[in-house]
Every structure is written in C-alpha cells, then in structure tokens.
Design a protein around this ligand. Structure first.
Ligand SMILES: NC(=O)c1ccc[n+]([C@@H]2O[C@H](COP(=O)([O-])OP(=O)(O)OC[C@H]3O[C@@H](n4cnc5c(N)ncnc54)[C@H](OP(=O)(O)O)[C@@H]3O)[C@@H](O)[C@H]2O)c1
Length: 322
C-alpha cells in the first residue's frame, strides 16, 4: 500500500504525542519528520516515554515542505498562521490544524467535524480540527438543533481533564492545585462557543438561542464530560431514535441506551451519548477523550477522509473502561 508522506509540527506537546502514537502504527502513514524547537536531536521516546520500543525517530527543528503530502500542526493558538506564512507548504499538501486559528473557516480551511462536514473534508486540502469542548457540545446538541427542538436557552456544563490545557505547567494544571479540587473558568464566555454557533447556524440558519456554558477544570488528566439540557415537549423514545438516525453513518459517535461514564470514552476516538427526559427537559450526556475525539484522534479521522481511506483506519482503540 502506498504510504502518505507525513509531518507533525509541535510533536513534543500533548496532541503531538497522541498523533505520534496513532500515526506510527497507521498503515497508510509514513512519518517523514517530527518537529520540535525545544527537543531537537532527542529521540521521540526521550520526550514521550510511552513510545519506547516503537520508533527510533528523532525530533528536528528543520521544516521540510517539499514532498510532504500531509502535515499536522499542534501549535498553541495564534501560532499556526504565522508558522504557515513562514513555511508555505505546496498547495496539494493536506494541512490539518489543531489550533483555533482557522476554525472560522478563513483562508480556505474547512471545519473538520466529520459528523457534519464529511463530504467537504473528503475534498479539502486545509482542515481546521474542532476544539475539544466544541466537539463534545456539538455532538451532544446537533440532532436537536437540526430538528429545531432548542427553542429556549440551552444550559451546558462541561468538565475537562488537565491535559486539555497543554503540556506546559501553569498554576491551574499544577498537581497541588488540581488534585482534590474543582473550579470554574471562562463562565459563559468560553472561546469554543464561537465555532459551536457557527456549525449550529450551518445546519439551522435561524438558530439564535442562548448557549449558557459552564466549563469546569476536573481533577483527572484525560477526558471531557458534558451535560446539556433544554425544554423539550416530545417523548424520550423519539429523541433517542432521532439521535441514533442522525449518527447512523458516524463510526465513532454512539447513543447508549444505558447510563454512561467517562472512562468508556477515554483512550478511544468515540463520543458516547446518553439521553434522558426529566421535568420537561431533554438532557444529553456526552463523553469524549479530549486528546483523541477532541483533538488528535479526530485529526487522524480527518486525515483518513481527506485521503479517501477507511474513516476508522488506525483508530480502533481500547477504552480505559476500568
Ligand atoms: N490538549 C488538548 O486536549 C487539545 C484539544 C483540542 C485542541 N487542542 C489544541 O491543539 C494545539 C496543541 O495543544 P497541546 O495541548 O498539544 O499543546 P502543548 O502540549 O503545549 O504543545 C504545543 C507544542 O507546540 C510547540 N510550539 C509552541 N510554539 C511554537 C512555535 N511558534 N512554532 C513551532 N512550535 C511551537 C511546542 O513545542 P516546542 O517548544 O518543542 O517546539 C509545544 O510542544 C493547541 O492549539 C490546543 O489548543 C488541544
């Protein structure tokens, strides 16, 4: 099988580490180089010790653009645009960016949420991978938005693991702060609300209801749990069937008839949903792994789509579960 010549920029970070873990074993991927300014010359397993025995690749600070068919960028927000201006890749290179820089679909980027944009991703050369909270919230609400069921404020709470904030240590990712603790941040103002609204308006042009989102920092390292609810007159059975129909062709998004928990999704590229109706509200739970379906897993899913491969190639992963 012909392999796709691939590079990872920002490969020493958390999403970069997960991309490495997935792409080293992807049957259609040939990792040509992995870029890091701070770790140049080091073996991959010296920086990502979980990859010992899997590769002899070393990090480089050189950026090769010619001959690269796919490039993944896992740089901090605001860095990708400048990086691509400094290092222009050939127009036929597939660029998959994990930052927020192009999620507004500027500069010819397609927003890469396969559950909605699959046919556009299959044609795309530039893909803006969705945010982690944004992925879980959109998948929790999209079928309801498409049905025009959200006619009042939708309330959303979400809790994320510490890896969501990247590898560099900060006050709120420090063990002493995070452990045995919980805290709210960016109350009602989280930056992912912008891309969430953008998709909701693409599938329901008139959507203008309030989305009140309370994001929490959790005291665990991986995963995102979302609870979303809004007033709903219909019956639960109809809602569940509507959600199952909406995601019928989505290989990673599943509606569970039983209660769910976070660890079912951690270390997989799945989004697992569960619906309830209580006190006139439709309640949706969503669980994802922030680094997989919320970042690197979804990026590989987009890579598969852009190259006409099986959507789930290299992504059949075992959940943590217990
Ligand atoms: N963490 C998540 O759960 C998650 C989920 C969805 C999306 N994202 C997004 O994905 C991106 C990467 O996140 P992350 O968590 O992997 O961050 P991270 O752990 O902080 O890693 C970012 C990497 O980017 C490199 N870098 C920084 N500035 C650079 C520059 N100007 N040029 C080249 N390389 C540079 C750094 O490596 P060197 O210093 O070694 O070069 C660093 O290892 C962010 O935009 C983030 O918002 C993250």
């Amino acid at each position: 099988m012909k392999k796709i010549k691939t590079a990872i920029i920002g490969a020493a970070g958390y999403t970069g580490g997960e991309l490495l873990r997935l792409l080293l074993h992807h049957p259609s991927c040939d990792l040509i180089y992995v870029h890091s300014n701070s770790q140049k010359g080091k073996k991959v397993y010296e920086v990502h010790p979980d990859l010992i025995g899997e590769t002899e690749l070393e990090f480089t600070d050189k950026v090769q653009t010619d001959g690269i068919e796919a490039v993944f960028l896992g740089l901090p927000h605001g860095q990708t645009k400048g990086f691509l201006e400094e290092h222009p890749f050939p127009t036929n290179t597939v660029i998959i960016d994990l930052s927020t820089d192009f999620r507004d679909e500027s500069d010819g980027f397609v927003y890469g949420l396969p559950e909605v944009h699959k046919s556009k991703i299959q044609e795309a050369k530039k893909i803006a991978n969705p945010g982690c909270f944004a992925t879980a919230i959109q998948l929790a609400l999209l079928p309801a938005i498409a049905q025009n069921w959200v006619n009042d404020t939708a309330h959303i709470t979400g809790i994320t693991g510490s890896t969501g904030a990247g590898k560099a240590l900060s006050e709120t990712t420090h063990f002493s702060y995070r452990t045995n603790n919980i805290s709210v941040y960016k109350l009602f103002t989280h930056q992912h609300l912008k891309e969430i609204r953008q998709t909701f308006r693409q599938i329901n042009h008139d959507f203008n209801k309030e989305l009140l989102f309370v994001p929490y920092r959790g005291n665990f390292s991986r995963g995102i749990w979302i609870t979303a609810y809004f007033p709903y007159d219909g019956d639960l059975k109809t809602a569940v069937q509507t959600y199952k129909d909406f995601y019928q062709k989505a290989p990673f998004t599943w509606v569970s008839d039983s209660d769910i928990d976070l660890k079912q999704a951690v270390n997989t590229n799945k989004c697992i949903l569960h619906l309830k109706k209580e006190k006139g509200q439709l309640i949706i739970y969503a669980a994802i792994d922030n680094l997989l379906k919320g970042a690197s897993g979804q990026a590989v899913q987009n890579f598969n789509l852009a190259f006409g491969l099986e959507e789930n190639l290299g992504l059949n992963l075992k959940s943590l579960a217990f």
